[in-house]
Design a protein around this ligand. Sequence first.
Ligand SMILES: Cc1cc2nc3c(=O)[nH]c(=O)nc-3n(C[C@H](O)[C@H](O)[C@H](O)COP(=O)(O)OP(=O)(O)OC[C@H]3O[C@@H](n4cnc5c(N)ncnc54)[C@H](O)[C@@H]3O)c2cc1C
Length: 401
Amino acid sequence: MTTYHLDSALSDDMKQVRDTVHRFAVEVMRPAAAELDRMSDASDVVAPDSVLWKVMDRYKELGIGDPSKYDPDLSPAERALLHAVVLEELSWGDVGLAISVGLCDTIAPWALGFGRQEAYEYFSKREDIGCLALTEPDHGSDHVGFTEPIFSDPAVRPSCRARREGNEYVINGQKAAWVSNGTIATAAALFCTMEDSKDGLKGGAAFLVPLELPGVSRGKPLDKIGQRSLNQGEIFFSDVRVPEAFMLIEGPDAYGMVWEMVLKQANSAMGQQFVGVARAALDHAVAYAKERVQGGVPIIQHQGVKARLFRMFSKVEAARALARRVAVEAAVADIPFQHAAASKIVCTQTAYEVAHDAVQIFGGNGLAREYPVEKLFRDARASLIEDGENDFLGLMAASRL
Ligand SMILES: Cc1cc2nc3c(=O)[nH]c(=O)nc-3n(C[C@H](O)[C@H](O)[C@H](O)COP(=O)(O)OP(=O)(O)OC[C@H]3O[C@@H](n4cnc5c(N)ncnc54)[C@H](O)[C@@H]3O)c2cc1C
């Protein structure tokens, strides 16, 4: 394991959890991710004999995904810190898999969080693979941008819409190929728009939708350059009837506020996850620089390489400090959106820059599939768009300053 932890805030029990997750990352996630990343057909990633399912099973056995199930004696701040440690380790292993397996534990907690007891009882009996379905082919940033005029523009007609009929909601339309776990999820947290909305996207509603319901269908798994171990794909809804008990919130008074809360949590989690990616790139670069001999000495002895490694190290430390500060603060207070956005933007940009530098330190080998850093570079590149494109998130956050 990297020696770079300043971990006096972690108890011995927390360190034990970290070490267990680290072993899982080394022994299970990394070999599986290397295999999944090389698959030329994205459908093979989710084929019945794919190693993905073994990773999911082993992850569930670890019982680490839902922080509410951690040691009950932990304070909210300690729980958040431990979860940040877990997310970093999993993502150090492979961020695509970390995101995919991390969504497994999300559906029943959504119901609990929104006080929907009947939905909680229903979903807590299932072992759902979850997803968060928001993006549509014609509305990506529009759906994210709760601070922007477009969000409440009545002229915007999104694809995926719901109407109420008696004690059910009827959903029609589609979500984009970017939905993570889109073709394998068994249930979705669906953010869509009410058919009679007078406020455009802001007149939305959120539902928990079992994806075996009649009228649900899927697209093909998406082929993309980074996070190839993370399944993504479209979800289509044709007259899908969802009981009102599975509705989380509805209408312009609640929707924007709730979406902001969800985006804050997602952005904060992304920050913690991409610290793991940045650290993985740093670890590989340091190890390689100590082994690779050029000019008669290990390249770490060349001043330019040494200076680059220290810049990488400093960036990882700074990103981790921000990500954990935001995560811990969010566990005890309602943090402003700009802090969560800063965590996501800084940490994903850090992962991208550190992975870029790692490729440089590996020289030509950095570009070769045989070595691990080109994959980290591709994984980090995707993160600059994931969960809200970084420049756009920055504009949203700036409107709150
Ligand atoms: C790896 C990955 C995982 C993802 N997972 C999910 C998921 O689980 N669920 C889900 O629903 N979605 C998911 N997404 C989708 C993601 O949220 C969107 O890709 C993102 O919000 C951007 O939307 P878009 O791709 O449609 O780009 P667009 O909205 O078309 O943006 C294109 C460009 O225009 C700029 N732009 C757009 N609007 C404005 C504006 N008003 N002002 C200034 N600039 C603007 C953007 O900043 C961007 O540079 C994922 C994406 C990736 C890459």
